[in-house]
Design a protein around this ligand. Structure first.
Ligand code: FPP
Length: 258
């Protein structure tokens, strides 16, 4: 599904070209390095996460300005439950605060919020907040902000497989009808195009169970700064790196650059 969105003049100007290049349609980000940012300053880890939320606000604004259609952020992984209880509680509080405080602003900015991940096991108040965010912004057609929360890619693929298995068990589907396209349609947000580029901050170079299925043809860009320092210039730099890549999707035709 992945391809690139039409260029916007704002994005052309921001990235210093006037020649009609395309911005990626879908940018996904692994926001890493909050703890290291805090440690380097002798601050508690929660301060790194707080500053991470500010970086997130900047990045949403920048994504809107650049004409990106979909921004997916990895905000809490299925594996994050193994952190100390106090840090989990800090991260959950930040999510609550982010949705309570920023939702009106996001809605006013025509942002549509989507959530991917496992919701069943979450506290009822968080489930409700996530649902409210999706419901309130359902008809917005500006930037789509996909929040991966309690998300793990293997878990998402297993959920899709389970949904298919139920259909096979019910006799609505035969096993030999299961194709990659059909499994794709049973993922958490089947209407969202695959990410064109996945950015990871902090210098780590791995996907850590993020969008493994959808990343089949994504460009991976690793940025050597910690997430709290991420800003519009860093996003533009990552997009410029993406544009230097030649995307072939297993074929021969380059599709990224101008
Ligand atoms: C990685 O830093 C970041 C996270 C585990 C969570 C990302 C969360 C935010 C940016 C703030 C919360 C935002 C929402 C919307 C909930 P790390 O702690 O793994 O950093 P380290 O690898 O340097 O220790």
């Amino acid at each position: 599904m992945s391809d690139v969105a039409p260029s916007t003049s704002a994005a052309n100007e921001a990235l210093g070209t006037g020649d009609g290049f395309a911005v990626p349609r879908h940018v996904a980000i692994i926001m890493d390095g909050n703890g290291r940012w805090a440690a380097a300053r002798g601050l508690p880890r929660v301060e790194g996460h707080r500053r991470g939320v500010e970086a997130l606000r900047r990045t949403v604004r920048a994504a809107r300005g650049l004409g990106i259609s979909v921004l997916t952020i990895f905000s809490f992984s299925s594996e994050n439950w193994s952190r100390p209880a106090s840090e989990i509680s800090d991260l959950l509080s930040l999510l609550r605060r982010f949705i309570r405080h920023d939702l009106v602003e996001l809605h006013k900015s025509n942002v549509r919020v989507r959530i991917i991940g496992e919701r069943e096991a979450l506290d009822a108040d968080i489930r409700l907040l996530l649902q409210e965010a999706e419901d309130l912004t359902r008809d917005n057609d500006g930037l789509t902000l996909v929040v991966a929360f309690n998300y793990g890619a293997r878990q998402e693929i297993a959920r899709a497989a389970r949904r298919l298995a139920v259909e096979v068990a019910n006799g609505r589907l035969s096993a030999d009808e299961v194709t990659p396209e059909l499994l794709d349609r049973h993922l958490d947000a089947p209407d969202i195009p695959d990410p064109d580029v996945i950015i990871r901050t902090s210098g780590e170079q791995r996907l850590s169970n993020f969008l493994l299925w959808q990343a089949a043809y994504s460009e991976l860009v690793f940025v050597p700064i910690n997430w709290p320092d991420f800003d519009r210039a860093a996003l533009e730099g990552a997009i410029a790196e993406y544009r230097r890549r030649e995307r072939r999707f297993g074929g021969l035709i380059a599709q990224t650059g101008s």
